[in-house]
Design a binder for this molecule. Structure first.
Ligand code: HEM
Length: 461
């Protein structure tokens, strides 16, 4: 038994290129009020109207696409016939011109320099740190202890990120850099969800001033760590060492400014996304005792009495399927958009330049055309039998939590290995009984639970 490896393993869906009209909207604002009130419900409503739906984001023309083929086309065409939207001044202040922000030739150069540091071979060397940090947490949890799952997962993934990216190994260093990142991440989330996202770049808001201050603290911390790395041993199992060793095709290394931008980008891109995925996984496992039992059966059988490490990853198909199914139901990045350039088409239909095209993981991942019992948490759908036959034939791009095409998430392998190892270490030793009945997702920068997620630790005997 193995898991399907991800987008690209299923059948392709039939393209449909008829544009349907969306809900009417209001003068000037168009559908903005309905979108702003509940974007997830709004996208589901559009999906019910068709696979390509015209709507109005304020006065600007917008197109929502729901079918996997067209989503694949949009993702693959980014950089060629679709532009990535500008992420805004708050992001640019914090991430500089890091790979998430950069465009065109600069983006290509940066991506090719960063990519080798997150290849599977390198992720293998970070995996020991991932397991080690999770084991320390499993050792601390005691039977009957009440925990705040969001806080626990945020602290754990932060420690993993700080250690694997910046290679810091003292508690004081990890805390200093973690604290600076925390503040910046909070401020950028507030700026993204608040009114700041709609204001022109030149408007000085208190939120933007806070992002600037937090960025100055990060700059100081990162330059201290980089200087120490440069002065010492660079052959260490951390991302920063790999970036310091990287050379472009002319033999030039990344500048200090580029190193700073890329390390901060990797941290911001990977921390909250992975942490939230783990919170949703615990929530789902707690509500589905049958799945939890199947997961612990696999962990007991495969791991017996050893703590999981990278070599066990491939032998844990059910744990992998739990993570994939969590990312299906609660995709922490819940929308991807592109802006049509001159000559853009989708499904053979011309898309006028300037049209903003929206796709939503939330809406497509819950489409009953691609998933049997789409609202159910059923990791088994991702398993394959001995002949490699998938339990469910899922079309390419019906699952795209990491995006796709040339801009596909650089941390896909890193995130999957981290989520599986953390779950494996912790679930082998403890169950988490989540107290709340139903937790709703709030779509901010990432898909967040709408309240604290409190749980009781049940240590397995
Ligand atoms: C569950 C965890 C994660 C999710 C759901 C996620 C999701 C995404 C998505 C949807 C994109 C945009 C892809 C596109 O536009 O097609 C992206 C880009 C990116 N992600 Fe992740 N990510 C995760 C973890 C990570 C981690 C751990 C790292 C770093 C170690 C990371 C680094 C990046 C970077 C650098 C980009 C920008 C790539 C580019 O523009 O060329 N991500 N991620």
């Amino acid at each position: 038994m193995t898991t399907q490896t991800g987008p690209g393993t299923g059948t392709r869906a039939q393209p449909t290129a008829t544009i349907t009209e969306g809900p009417r909207g209001v003068p000037l604002l168009g559908n903005l009020p309905a979108f702003g009130k509940n974007p997830l419900a709004f996208f589901e409503q559009l999906r019910a109207r068709g696979d390509m739906v015209r709507w109005r984001f304020g006065r600007g023309p917008a197109l929502f696409i729901a079918d996997p083929d067209t989503i694949g086309e949009l993702l693959t065409e980014v950089e060629r016939t679709f532009d990535q939207p500008d992420l805004g001044i708050a992001f640019r202040t914090l991430l500089g011109n890091g790979v998430v922000v950069a465009k065109g030739a600069d983006w290509r150069r940066r991506r090719s320099l960063v990519q080798p540091s997150v290849r599977p071979k390198q992720v293998r060397s970070y995996a020991a740190t991932m397991s080690e940090c999770a084991v320390a947490l499993a050792d601390r949890w005691t039977d009957g202890q009440r925990v705040d799952v969001k806080k626990e997962m945020a602290a754990l993934t932060q420690l993993i990120a700080v250690r694997t990216i910046f290679g810091v190994d003292t508690a004081a260093d990890a805390e200093a850099i973690g604290r600076a990142m925390d503040i910046a991440q909070k401020e950028i989330g507030a700026e993204f969800s608040g009114i700041g996202a709609l204001l022109p770049d030149w408007v000085p808001t208190p939120g933007r001033a806070r992002v600037k201050r937090a960025t100055a603290v990060i700059d100081a911390e990162v330059s201290r760590v980089v200087a120490r790395h440069r002065a010492g041993d660079t052959d260490r199992p951390d991302l920063l060492s790999r970036l310091l060793a990287a050379r472009d095709e002319t033999g030039a290394p990344l500048s200090d400014r580029e190193i700073r931008d890329e390390t901060v980008t990797l941290y911001i891109g990977g921390h909250e996304t992975t942490s939230s995925t783990l919170v949703w996984a615990w929530y789902l496992l707690s509500r589905h005792p049958r799945v939890r039992a199947a997961l612990t059966e696999e962990l007991d059988r495969v791991l017996a009495d050893h703590e999981p490490g990278h070599d066990d990853y491939a032998s844990l198909p059910y744990a992998q399927a739990v993570v994939k199914e969590t990312l299906r139901l609660y995709p922490t990045i819940w929308l991807i958009t592109g802006i049509a350039k001159e000559g853009a088409t989708l499904g053979g239909t011309p898309v006028p330049a300037g049209t903003r095209v929206w796709s939503s993981q939330w809406a497509t991942h819950r489409d009953p055309r691609w998933y049997g019992d789409a609202e159910a948490f059923r990791p088994e759908r991702w398993l394959t039998d001995e002949d490699g036959e998938p339990a469910e034939r899922i079309p390419e791009y019906a699952w795209f939590p990491f995006g796709g095409g040339p801009r596909v998430c650089l941390g896909t392998r890193f995130a999957l290995v981290e989520a599986v190892l953390v779950l494996a270490v912790l679930a082998r030793r403890h169950h988490l009984d989540v107290a709340a009945d139903e937790i709703r997702p709030v779509p901010s920068l990432t898909l967040q639970p709408d309240r604290e997620v409190r749980a009781t630790v049940r240590t397995r005997t």
